[in-house]
Write a protein that binds this ligand. Structure first.
Ligand code: XMP
Length: 517
């Protein structure tokens, strides 16, 4: 395992992803781990991430120099690079020359090392105000930039490396090569982490965790729960019953799709529970997003407990008890819900932070260490059809968090009709593959004046939120063709009479999140 030590920047997860793209397994750990704790985990290599601090700030997270004496290959990035230089006796200076954004870096000296195979002058993404002025003893300077006299260094003998820029972001076009140079040449690792390994490991882990017990799995209609269920089906198929809670917050046609496609692909046992009334009642009067998420999370578990009884009745002859609940929780959910320590709680994802404390099931979460694209690859490996593994992500709380204001049956119906049109047009334009997801958000408490036919209308706006993303951690708004936007707008305002305005969200993430709540 390659451990990525998170200094509080958004970049640590991205680094872990890049390492996995290089087919080496990696995990993010908080910087609060001591050097001794890191060494005790026997990592194959360590990467110190960037972070918002300056090494001179009081309380800035330091790197203990023991880490560099343990014989473990280390790559420092940005803040990690400076902290490494500082710990090893190099000079980190407040140059006052802030470099931010695209920056040219020039290779220096005879040693290529980390920069092997990259251009002499390469574009990189920088974000720093301090700079390393003198490399520690034993290090070769590999590159410099206007604001960073030492922009990269290496001590090949001790297998210690560092770069001032962010090789993990797409704006550093040769960054992946640098990460691979570190992993393969610097640390001597091989690209052996594959989808097949993930499946094998997870199947073994599920068998070990579950033993002979019965397992229940909630299907949401999304990729994650389907892949999680298919993994558990592969591991302990006889003991698994899938439950589909129809909470009434799904999009048009989704309930039917789960019943048909998923069962056909996996052969899993499926129990369908119509719980639309329960969720509407629980959501009545709630407008606060976090309260909605908590209510939905709570009712989900309650609904499963109710379903458990139904499933148990069926299995009564065998005298079994359902002990485990499968959840399709992903790595980014875990980190964003504060599970990655050091990361702030941005939203309580309903399948992580929103769980009630008196829950009756133990959790099986086979996707807890995976990124979305890895989940899709695992799904394909397990034989799930493209309609399931290629689906755009849809949040667990469903349309409940796409209605700004109270959730009612009538509002759900309005949003479902508008959403179906938007999805249909996006698919017809052949853009499903380019758009990560396109929430349609109903501003249910907002009215605006319009004119239709000869009459004045006083309807609601919807917001189209098409985004492109790699892992939902960051996203950019998608530049959809105007004629497509025009068609969606015309059709929605014509076909959904309660809506008289269609607007476009042109905010990236950050600062906006993908969903509005
Ligand atoms: P945000 O809005 O945080 O969303 O930028 C990031 C991604 O996560 C999805 N999402 C959720 N998925 N349970 C889920 O399973 C949730 O509570 C939840 N909230 C947001 C969202 O659709 C996007 O893909």
């Amino acid at each position: 395992t390659v451990l990525v030590v998170d200094y509080g920047a958004q970049y640590a997860q991205l680094i872990a992803r890049r390492v996995r793209e290089a087919r080496v397994y990696s995990e993010v750990v908080p910087h609060t781990l001591s050097a001794a704790e890191i060494i005790a985990r026997r990592p194959a290599a360590v990467i110190l991430s960037g972070g918002p601090s300056s090494v001179y700030e009081p309380g800035a997270p330091a790197v203990e120099s023991e880490l560099f004496d343990a014989g473990i290959p280390v790559l420092g990035i940005c803040y990690g690079f400076q902290a490494m230089a500082h710990a090893l006796g190099g000079e980190v200076a407040r140059t006052g020359d802030r470099e931010y954004g695209k920056t040219d870096v020039t290779a220096e000296g005879p040693v290529r090392s980390l920069l092997e195979g990259t251009d002499d002058v390469q574009t990189t993404w920088m974000s720093h105000s301090d700079a390393v002025r003198t490399a520690p003893a034993g290090f070769d300077v590999l590159a410099s930039s206007d604001g960073a006299p030492v922009a990269a260094f290496a001590d090949a003998r001790r297998r210690l490396f560092g770069v001032q820029w962010h090789p993990e972001v797409k704006h550093s076009p040769q960054g992946q090569r640098i990460i691979e140079n570190f992993l393969y040449d610097g640390a001597g690792l091989s690209p052996e982490w594959t989808t097949g390994n993930i499946v094998e490991e997870q199947v073994a882990a599920i068998r070990a965790q579950v033993g002979e017990a019965r397992v229940i799995c909630g299907l949401s209609g999304g990729v994650d729960s389907a892949v999680a269920a298919a993994l558990v089906q592969r591991a302990v198929g006889e003991q698994l019953t899938c439950v589909f809670i129809d909470h009434g917050l799904l999009r048009h046609g989704e309930a039917e799709q789960v019943e048909r496609d998923f069962v056909a692909a996996t052969g899993a046992k499926l129990h369908v529970a119509d719980e639309r009334g329960r969720f509407l009642t629980a959501l009545a009067g709630i407008t606060d997003p976090e309260e909605k998420r908590k209510a939905i999370g709570r009712e989900f578990i309650r609904a499963f407990e109710a379903a458990e009884h139904a499933v148990l009745d069926q299995a009564a002859a065998e005298g079994a008890r359902v002990e485990f609940l499968v959840q399709g929780t992903l790595y980014p959910d875990v980190v964003e819900s504060g599970g990655g320590e050091g990361a702030s709680n941005i939203k309580s994802h309903h399948n992580v932070g929103g769980l009630p404390e008196d829950m009756e099931f133990k959790l099986v979460e086979p996707l807890r260490s995976l990124f979305k694209d890895e989940v899709r690859a695992v799904g394909a490996e397990l034989g799930l059809p493209q309609e399931i593994v290629g689906r755009q992500p849809f949040p667990g709380p469903g349309l409940g968090i796409r209605i700004i204001g109270e959730v009612t049956e009538h509002r759900l119906d309005i949003l479902r009709r508008a959403d179906a049109i938007a999805r249909e047009e996006l698919t017809a334009a052949g853009l499903d593959g380019e758009v990560w997801q396109m929430p349609v958000v109903l501003l249910a408490d907002v009215h605006s004046v319009g004119v239709q036919g000869d009459g004045r209308t006083y309807g609601h706006p919807v917001v189209l939120r098409p985004v492109s993303s790699e892992d939902a951690m960051t996203a950019d708004w998608s530049r959809l063709p105007y004629d497509l936007l025009g068609r969606i707008s015309t059709r929605i305002t014509n076909e959904v009479e309660e809506i008289n305005r269609v607007t476009l969200d042109v905010t990236s993430k950050p600062p906006g999140t993908i969903e509005w709540e």
